[in-house]
Ligand binder design. Structure first.
Ligand code: BTN
Length: 243
């Protein structure tokens, strides 16, 4: 596959979207040592001004309906946690929809962005960020209480290239699973690592707020929440806050 490597870039997701718009091939990977304006979900920043992390984006051109895409993001988090377990022996948790967690702290995250029309997907960019070799002092003061790296966990520097290779291999496998409709198998693997199922969650939805217990993930990737008002709701990513 085509892998484009940068010493420094604004955001691998921005660049991936640019080349996707220009027609780059399915499976193109953009990796950067440092990002100057790394982005997180819901408009947040993502601190990635150091070559001690793993920052990359994958361009996909899936032949599927836009509403079926959510499983791809869940599949990406499965690829990440399984790769970390296989290469480093560290077992992470996944917080809905795709925060990678160790000891309640954030190790990494996934930002999926897409271009689609009704019924047709132009492209999907799956952006993955993992804190690999940062020391605690490296993190900005505001996130120091909430962030963790693989090095902090393992007590030694980890190989970023081994882990990246393993994530890409795993992602290819789970992505093929999604195309073959093996959603249930992928969701079962996701659920094994989930730290959300069975927990209380708060959902912000159409100016309303609901509190409930996360029950399970449906085959389309939505989270099923038994709300305190007695109604069971199926929630898409972006609408939820896990307590
Ligand atoms: C989150 O948990 O909020 C998602 C974080 C995603 C960060 C990665 S790093 C590579 C890619 N480029 C970006 O600008 N963001 C993603």
């Amino acid at each position: 596959a085509d892998i484009q490597h940068f010493d420094e870039i604004d955001s691998t997701n921005n660049y991936a979207k640019k080349i996707a718009n220009e027609g780059c091939a399915h499976g193109t990977v953009v990796v950067a040592e440092k990002q100057t304006t790394g982005r997180g979900r819901i408009g947040r920043q993502w601190q990635s001004d150091t070559s001690e992390g793993i920052w990359f984006s994958i361009v996909l051109r899936p032949e599927m309906k836009p509403e079926d895409l959510q499983v791809i993001t869940l599949a990406a988090s499965v690829a990440v946690v399984e790769a970390i377990e296989e290469t480093l022996g560290i077992v992470c948790g996944i917080k809905w929809p795709n925060d990678i967690i160790i000891d309640g702290k954030k190790l990494g995250g996934i930002l999926t962005e897409l271009s689609a029309e009704p019924g047709h997907v132009n492209y999907v960019v799956v952006g993955i960020g993992i804190n690999a070799n940062q020391d605690l002092e490296h993190f900005d003061y505001e996130i120091r209480q909430k962030a963790i790296s693989l090095k902090m966990c393992k007590g030694e520097t980890v190989s970023r290239s081994n882990l990246l290779g393993s994530i890409l291999t795993n992602f290819e496998e789970v992505y093929k699973g999604v195309l073959l409709g093996k959603n249930k198998e992928i969701i079962d693997r996701w659920t094994k690592y989930s730290v959300t199922i069975g927990k209380e969650v708060k959902i912000a939805y159409r100016n309303m707020e609901y509190i409930g217990t996360a029950q399970s993930v449906a085959s389309d990737g939505r989270l099923i929440v038994q709300c305190k008002d007695g109604v069971t709701r199926e929630i898409s990513a972006g609408e939820i806050q896990v307590r």
